[in-house]
Design a protein around this ligand. Structure first.
Ligand code: CA
Length: 401
């Protein structure tokens, strides 16, 4: 399949070839494609082959490449597949294979706007029970539209960035008045992020069946969440400071083209959705996440059962005529499956802190300073192949004065 030596269980086989931005020593950051334990330094290879658009890879972000649109994405994928598979490409590529252990990965694209959805019925129901124990877990709109909010694009950070424990205002149910201080209920949210390449025109909604014309690929997302800040602030306008301090994304953007054999049909939606959210071939990627808390595997959330498909999310976020831009990121919302060990946040895993989780022989609920959380993800194709999304990791550091 490929002339490059690959570890047996690599997330980045010759069918995957995700793109990311790396820095080698003090050289300018530029674009690479991951394969096995290496990356292909694309700028010199493209330049030597006089590839149309070769300057797209000598860039500190993927944005220029993303903006080129679907024809360029497809042509680039064909080129990458040939580099990885064709023995005749070896002489051109081999001098530009760099061990991934030698580079520092950067934020892969400059994030334009950031939207976060809430597309898992299990997660929305669990959070409803925890935040509003005296009412119906799902609010009346939930099965009629993909609920979401606009997040803070400027605090989307590269995997590996330390997360400073946020401070803020909170009021436990037992307190009479609010107080201020470091969050005591710092949490994660396991999500899948969708990366927009092709913009849309202001006033023109993106149709459900145009999803693949606009979205290039996916990244792993950890939507760090301060539950105590969130619980006090979120009514009536939704998440704000409990979310905006940091959102981590994985460095390698896996293309929809690479994932196309890993798509599974969306489960039937009841009640039926409005026509602008309906599509003949709605799918979800069949991805399973692994959540490691200080190295210990604590959860394996499955994406395939998410209620709303990403095409519906894009159609909904633009249905009022809001345009999308190159570099827009929209995330799925927390991915939680029906089993306890498939929950994608610690507030669910520990059921509001009442049922501690055993982490390396300690009883734990929310994040402590020094804790590290690593989320990885694997897609499974219909013929059983595995494509990795890599990982997104972050460590909690103490709140600053
Ligand atoms: Ca979220």
């Amino acid at each position: 399949m490929t002339w490059i030596d690959l570890p047996a269980d690599t997330p980045f086989g010759p069918d995957n070839l995700p793109l990311g931005v790396f820095r080698l020593g003090d050289e300018e950051p530029r674009i690479g494609a991951a394969i096995g334990d290496h990356l292909i330094d694309l700028a010199p290879v493209a330049s030597a082959q006089m590839l149309d658009g070769s300057q797209l890879f000598n860039q500190p972000t993927l944005n220029a490449f993303l903006a080129r649109g679907r024809a360029t994405w497809k042509a680039t994928r064909e080129w990458l597949l040939d580099l990885a598979r064709n023995p005749n490409s070896r002489d051109a590529v081999e001098p530009h294979l760099i061990p991934r252990s030698e580079v520092t990965m950067q934020l892969p694209f400059e994030v334009a706007d950031y939207v976060d959805f809430y597309a898992s019925e299990v997660h929305a129901s669990n959070l409803g029970r925890l935040f509003r124990p005296d009412s119906e877990p799902l609010l009346p709109n939930w099965k009629h539209l993909p609920v979401g909010y606009h997040g803070r694009a400027g605090t989307v950070v590269a995997s590996g960035t330390d997360i400073v424990r946020p401070r803020g205002q909170r009021k436990p149910p037992t307190a009479d008045v609010p107080s201020y201080g470091p969050s005591e209920r710092l949490d994660i949210e396991v999500e899948l992020g969708f990366v927009v390449g092709t913009p849309s025109a202001l006033g023109t909604p993106v149709r459900v069946d145009s999803f693949e014309d606009h979205v290039y690929g996916v990244v792993l997302v950890n939507d760090w969440s301060a539950r105590d800040l969130q619980a006090w602030e979120y009514v009536p306008l939704g998440p704000f400071l409990g979310k905006s301090f940091a959102t981590s994304i994985s460095p390698w953007v896996v293309s929809l083209e690479a994932l196309k054999d890993a798509a599974v049909p969306l489960a039937p939606q009841d009640p039926p959705v409005l026509p602008y959210l309906a599509g003949a071939e709605l799918t979800n990627p069949d991805i399973t996440f692994e959540v490691r808390w200080n190295g210990q595997l604590v959860s394996t959330p499955p994406y395939r059962g998410m209620y709303w498909s990403p095409a519906q999310m894009l159609a909904h976020l633009s249905v009022n005529g809001a345009s999308v831009r190159t570099g827009d990121l929209f995330a799925s919302g927390t991915v939680s499956g029906p089993e306890k060990d498939q929950r994608g946040s610690f507030i669910e895993l520990s059921w509001g802190g009442r049922e501690p989780v055993t982490v390396n022989d300690e009883q734990r609920t929310f994040l402590q300073d020094g804790d590290e959380v690593t989320i990885s993800g694997w897609a499974t194709t219909s013929d059983g192949r595995k494509l990795g999304l890599g990982e997104v990791t972050g460590r909690i550091t103490p709140a600053l004065g």
